[in-house]
Write a protein of this length. Sequence first.
Length: 152
Amino acid sequence: MSIQMTGGAVPSPFECWLTMRGVRTLPVRVKVQSSNAAALAVFLESHPCVEAVHYPGLASHAAHDIAARQMSGFGGMLSVQAGADRAQSMAIASRLRIFTQATSLGGTESLVEHRASVEGPGTRAPENLLRVSVGLEHIEDLKEDFDQALRG
């Protein structure tokens, strides 16, 4: 009992097997997610309906130089500020067809969430901020999906 209290639950053999199976492809998945996120960030940064993109892989990001020294890739997460307010930002998220509205990260599928809604009252997140976890889908499909959602 004390081992579980300090170390956590003990996974079953099947859960261990699933973990081992997933770890084998993790480097390839992370590489594609990072590449997709970088391409999507560049696309969104130049989109006329976007106020700001927050992704350390962009040269315009305030911490880009530090991130470039510390990281071999910039990851599959980014956030985008789009829409004039909470309602418009949430409408953009709801128009996305490929991105699922969910709170998670690092999966094979692309996800989006309206961050202020998730955090609730007292949040410091801007009301027009969407957090995006980029998955393994074809990058042109992801760009096209965001474009149609932004243009309404």
